[in-house]
Design a protein around this ligand. Structure first.
Ligand code: NAP
Length: 284
């Protein structure tokens, strides 16, 4: 039976560490690390995410501002708020909750956030820095996966790492981070031929597909470490990952559950980025 990688426990341990670091930082600088989250509209899932981010900030002793804007907010109004927040010294991190209403250009909004406050690490400047391995901020979900692998002392160097998915927020940066740690990385996507032949080579398999139970046991090598980034609803409305957990658990050496695996790590890495952004801003 596989080791169950407990994202909740790892997350709690890291948040405790962050809370201590925040305390020290405040004592040294007199400044409280601050995060602003902007939400446009009332998408129910986004509303829950924003509430959780706000609470997580307060729990580790950070300042948190949530700016709720109406669905009809214009692009100009949103850009004006970002501009104001870029110049606000209380705020070290700014996050615009995605997705945005269709009439707002997401790319333009991401580029408007000052790169040094871009705690999602979606700004092209931060993406470029990750590409060359010289960064302060990392995208939260792939960074969370790396933190889980490290916590469970999974060796990456020289291992066959296969990432299914090539999105800008998960798959691509995940591949870069595994490569940086000397993994031999293959990225798969919807046009990949003979997918299961590729995934069966993986010592570390990361699934970021967005399809319930997509990764079946026959796609996994005996003893592989399987990381499930997916958050999906199955036909019965149950929250499931991209991996057929019950079947794959019998073959893997370690596996993340959904929920309770990668999910809790994402906000934890957001807190880490906010503290990092505050440190960089104050050169501490
Ligand atoms: P996305 O932008 O939809 O990307 C999905 C990727 O999967 C694409 O690259 C796509 O390939 C690939 N794909 C789709 N069908 C495939 C198939 N049949 N075979 C091989 N590859 C296939 O999704 P995402 O934003 O990366 O998110 C992926 C999953 O992670 C979702 O379930 C999402 O909810 C979850 N997620 C979780 C967290 C967290 O905090 N845990 C954070 C972000 C996302 P193409 O590029 O060829 O289309």
């Amino acid at each position: 039976m596989a080791t169950i990688i407990d994202g909740k426990a790892v997350s709690a341990a890291i948040r405790e560490e962050i809370a201590k670091e925040v305390e020290t930082f405040k004592a040294q600088t007199g400044v409280t690390p601050g995060l602003a989250v902007i939400i446009v509209g009332e998408d129910p899932a986004s509303t829950v995410y924003v509430r959780n981010k706000h609470k997580a900030c307060l729990d580790v002793g950070m300042f948190s501002e949530v700016r709720r804007m109406k669905e009809e907010t214009t692009e100009e109004e949103l850009l004006a708020v970002i501009d104001e927040m870029n110049r606000d010294d209380k705020l070290h991190g700014i996050l615009v909750q995605l997705p945005l209403p269709k009439h707002i250009d997401e790319k333009k909004v991401i580029r408007a956030i000052s790169a040094s406050k871009d705690v999602d690490a979606f700004h092209p400047e931060n993406v470029g820095k990750i590409m060359i391995g010289d960064y302060d901020l990392l995208p939260c979900t792939p960074a969370g996966v790396m933190a889980l692998l490290d916590y469970y002392k999974v060796e990456i160097q020289g291992k066959e790492c296969v990432v299914i998915g090539r999105s800008n927020i998960v798959g691509k940066p995940q591949a870069l981070l595994l490569l940086e740690r000397n993994g031999t990385v293959t990225v798969c996507h919807s046009r990949t031929k003979n997918l299961s032949e590729v995934t069966r080579r993986a010592d570390i398999l990361v699934a970021a597909v967005g399809r319930p139970r997509f990764v079946t046991a026959d796609m996994v090598k005996e003893g592989a470490v399987v990381i499930d980034v997916g958050i999906n609803r199955d036909e019965n409305g149950r929250l499931v990952g991209d991996v057929d957990f019950e079947a794959v658990e019998k073959k893997a050496s370690a596996i993340t559950p959904v929920p309770g695996g990668v999910g809790p790590m994402t906000i934890t890495m957001l807190l880490k980025n906010t503290l990092t952004a505050a440190r960089v801003a104050l050169k501490k």
